[in-house]
Design a protein around this ligand. Structure first.
Ligand SMILES: Cc1cc2nc3c(=O)[nH]c(=O)nc-3n(C[C@H](O)[C@H](O)[C@H](O)COP(=O)(O)OP(=O)(O)OC[C@H]3O[C@@H](n4cnc5c(N)ncnc54)[C@H](O)[C@@H]3O)c2cc1C
Length: 377
């Protein structure tokens, strides 16, 4: 019989919802408090590689995520005119008959995870957070922003890079650091011939990429090296994005840029990184996902690592009677693997910022990273 732990999950993002679903499915009492509104989801997309699909499958979520997204299987490096320079396939980590990765709109992914978590019996409270936490050897007493007080056996901090829960429990000295780069992301109609990760490299060193997200949509991203942690003016984002892509002449890219007219979703976000030292738990409070490790997105694996964290924690809590033993085992299974993914992602980010680096180095590191991700977790 599965353990009947009562678990409070702070944060209803990718890790929090996966965790709540899996814990409830394993017979535990799982509740999520999420500070945002149910519809607070960005209009951009995310790529889930085969390792993320493999992890989702262990908690019964892979098929519904795949059905809501769009599979892709190639990494195509092109010049600024769109001619293919190099094309490779990422490994099919999940199943030989499933694509190497999927792209999916973030709101769609959130809808799938929320729906599955609710169907499994988890409770989700939006516009709610945790104000106070006090723990003893057997659990955590908490007070929510609604004034409600309660007690749980385990409290999970799934509240992202700027986790307030981490600050409260681990101290304010663990703060994200700026990685010297940020991403422009632009969601637009998908060109018919667009069926994988496409990277257009300009001879002056700039690169722009694109990924399918559904039958109809794709997104383009442009990574900008910037000394300062900038927040760009919202009303000028489209114009600034177009300026940055001047000189690329690939026809599909030109058509997409032409539609970047202020009427569609566009964003700029600087990369803040963090890797928490082990252990990732203090007493009965444990960190998962970006709250424990925020990686740069070059390997498109922050979400995949968050999903794997959730799955490992579900497995350890389900298989062991002692929560304390489960938390130690969780940290042991995750620490080294996530550090390798963090390091490779950062190495690509740094290679992209090095004016003397050979452009091929980033692609080699990308495939080295895919090799790490393919290993069992
Ligand atoms: C530009 C960019 C592109 C990326 N692309 C990819 C990609 O293609 N593939 C990939 O796998 N990863 C990608 N990532 C990384 C990925 O988005 C994150 O790793 C992932 O979202 C982490 O999930 P999480 O659940 O840990 O945190 P989050 O998704 O950040 O969720 C945290 C949740 O906690 C809530 N919250 C915050 N504070 C509180 C509080 N005090 N109380 C209650 N709730 C709170 C937030 O509202 C949020 O819903 C990208 C990241 C960036 C910046």
């Amino acid at each position: 019989m599965a353990s009947q732990h009562k678990v409070l999950v702070v944060g209803g993002g990718i890790s929090g919802m996966t965790l709540a679903h899996g814990l409830a499915r394993a017979g535990m009492d799982a509740r999520v408090v999420e500070s945002g509104h149910r519809m607070d989801q960005q209009g951009t997309g995310i790529s889930l590689l085969g390792n993320a699909l493999r992890a989702l499958d262990r908690v019964g979520l892979a098929d519904s995520c795949m059905a809501a997204g769009s599979g892709w299987d190639t990494v195509s490096v092109r010049n600024d005119a769109g001619e293919i320079v190099n094309e490779r396939r990422p490994p099919r980590i999940f199943r030989p008959d499933a694509p190497g990765a999927i792209g999916i709109m973030r709101p769609k992914l959130a809808e799938v995870l929320e729906g599955q978590a609710l169907a499994s019996g988890a409770r989700i409270d939006y516009r709610t957070t945790v104000e106070d936490i006090e723990q003893d050897g057997n659990g955590v007493s908490y007070r929510l922003s609604t004034g409600e007080t309660g007690r749980c056996d385990l409290l999970v901090a799934a509240d992202g890079t700027y986790s307030k829960t981490r600050c409260k429990v681990f101290g304010g000295e663990y703060q994200p650091a700026y990685a010297g780069q940020g991403a422009w992301r632009f969601t637009v109609e998908r060109p018919a011939e667009f069926d994988g990760l496409v990277l257009y490299k300009h001879r002056d060193g700039r690169a722009v990429g694109g990924l399918p997200l559904s039958d109809k949509l794709c997104y383009y991203f442009f990574l900008e090296n910037a000394k300062v942690h900038a927040h760009m003016p919202q009303d000028r984002l489209s114009e600034m994005f177009r300026e940055r892509l001047e000189g690329f002449s690939a026809p599909d890219l030109l058509a997409a840029i032409g539609r970047c007219d202020g009427t569609r979703y566009i964003s700029y976000r600087p990369f803040d990184i963090l890797f928490m030292p082990q252990p990732w738990h203090r007493g009965r409070v444990v960190l998962v996902g970006d709250a424990a490790h925020s990686v740069t997105p070059q390997l498109t694996s922050g979400g995949g690592m968050a999903i794997e964290d959730a799955v490992v924690l579900i497995e350890e809590l389900s298989q062991r009677t002692s929560i304390d033993d489960a938390l130690v085992a969780y940290g042991q299974r995750r620490g080294e693997r996530v550090k390798r993914v963090f390091d490779i992602s950062l190495a690509i980010c740094q290679a992209e910022q090095d004016p003397h680096a050979d452009g091929r180095r980033a692609v080699e590191l990308l495939f080295e990273g895919y090799g790490v991700l393919a290993q069992p977790f």
